[in-house]
Design a binder for this molecule. Structure first.
Ligand SMILES: [Cu+2]
Length: 40
């Protein structure tokens, strides 16, 4: 996880039903926003 960059919301897609096969923003727009990056 990559934590603490609000600007990530403009780079990676988010939303409530993200494509988890690609990097996506979790908790976008909150202080807990971070990018989830699939591994494996
Ligand atoms: Cu996460």
């Amino acid at each position: 996880m990559v934590v603490g960059a609000e600007s990530l919301n403009r780079i990676y897609p988010g939303g409530e039903d993200p494509d988890t096969s690609k990097p996506y923003v979790m908790f976008g727009g909150t202080p807990y926003a971070h990018v989830m990056i699939p591994i494996g």
